[in-house]
Ligand binder design. Structure first.
Ligand code: TXA
Ligand code: MG
Length: 333
């Protein structure tokens, strides 16, 4: 492990991009804000830096990374687009959408970053700090969420520090992120398929495509050595405290992740209650999700009881993350 580094934190101001780009150019690991969650960046073309990134996160190296670029034009250099994927890129980039495409023959991204696949996940983030860094560096940056592998994704610089201080070189603090869940991942290798629900709702994508997105479960073949969304087989987004879903009755001492105005039986026995969105807004709930999970986890309660969150809009992504967070720790590979 790369524990023992001095991790600097700097403000995400006008000077940050130059500092961050220099550090990346030198093979360093830089955490920076995107509109979805904080990412841990490495120069995608530097295999040593990518190897250090996997090590700092404790991430299995068969789980490929998303290459972040500054523009659609830069994306065309590393991935092969067809009509539909280009339509999605033009409609939603910069923004919380990742496209899985074939690599171009001259793609400069290190093999390790794509785990030896001939495909690549690409996105153009919308956060101004992320865009400044990408523009200044002028190369693709691979960036998984800036947390220890399997842990809850970070939505503030403080979350990044608590997971990765001593393991990475630089943290750019751009304040809390806007979206709060990771990007939506669409495979465009055949018929467009939703690999991971995320910060861009399914309905918005289907409206642009003019057709329904396949689900990864529809025809995913998990027996292949390279499943369609390798990372989605892992337990992810996990608090240490056991989490149960769709709670309608609260047990004494439980920590409660509430949603909306309804009051479950036994709520007065809860050790702590945090509401994702009292007004029942899935966008507000997504922004609060990982921060609330971390805060509830820190209370040392016997369990976390999560109330039902409806599936509309970002609700699909929220429910996906909650379901993964509820997988018992004993089933972690
Ligand atoms: O919002 C986000 O997407 C954030 C920010 C930092 O941009 N990044 C993020 O990265 O969530 P990460 O590494 O936590 O998730 C990337 C997911 C993994 O599940 C990985 O397996 C999948 O993308 N992935 C990457 N390359 C792939 C490929 N070629 N084919 C299929 N899935 C791929
Ligand atoms: Mg992640």
């Amino acid at each position: 492990m790369t524990v023992g580094l001095t991790t600097r934190t700097i403000a995400g101001d006008a000077h940050a991009a130059a500092d961050a780009a220099r550090c990346l150019e030198d093979g360093g690991l830089v955490a920076f804000p995107t509109e979805t969650v904080y990412g841990l960046g490495a120069d995608a073309t530097n295999a040593d830096a990518v190897a250090r990134l996997y090590q700092a996160k404790g991430r299995p190296s068969f789980n490929p990374l998303i290459a972040h670029v500054e523009s659609v034009a830069a994306a065309l250099d590393i991935a092969v687009f067809d009509g539909l994927s280009l339509r999605l890129a033009n409609a939603f980039w910069p923004g919380p959408l990742t496209l899985v495409l074939r690599k171009t023959t001259h793609c400069p991204v290190a093999e390790l970053a794509t785990a030896g696949l001939d495909t690549i996940a690409v996105r153009v983030p919308a956060h101004p700090t992320a865009r400044d860094i990408l523009r200044t560096l002028g190369k693709p940056v691979v960036a998984p969420s800036a947390n220890i592998s399997g842990h809850v994704s970070p939505t503030t610089a403080a979350h990044v520090e608590s997971d990765l201080a001593g393991r990475i070189d630089l943290i750019v603090d751009g304040g809390p992120v806007a979206v709060g869940v990771e990007s939506t991942i669409i495979s465009c290798l055949g018929e467009p398929m939703l690999l991971r629900p995320g910060g861009l709702p399914r309905a918005a994508i289907e409206a642009v495509l003019g057709k329904t997105l396949l689900n990864v479960t529809d025809d995913a073949d998990v027996s292949t050595p390279h499943p369609l969304a390798p990372g989605m087989l892992e337990q992810h987004y996990a608090p240490r405290t056991p989490l149960r879903l769709n709670a309608t009755r609260i047990e004494a001492g439980e920590a409660v992740l509430a949603f909306g105005k309804s009051i479950p039986a036994g709520l007065d026995q809860a050790s702590i209650v945090l509401n994702l969105s009292e007004r029942g807004d899935p966008v507000e709930a997504a922004a609060n999700l990982f921060g609330h999970l971390r805060a509830l986890d820190a209370k040392g309660a016997s369990g976390i009881a999560a109330m039902t969150v409806p599936m509309n809009g970002l609700g699909e992504a929220i429910n996906d993350r909650l379901r993964r967070a509820a997988v018992p720790a004993t089933s972690i590979a």
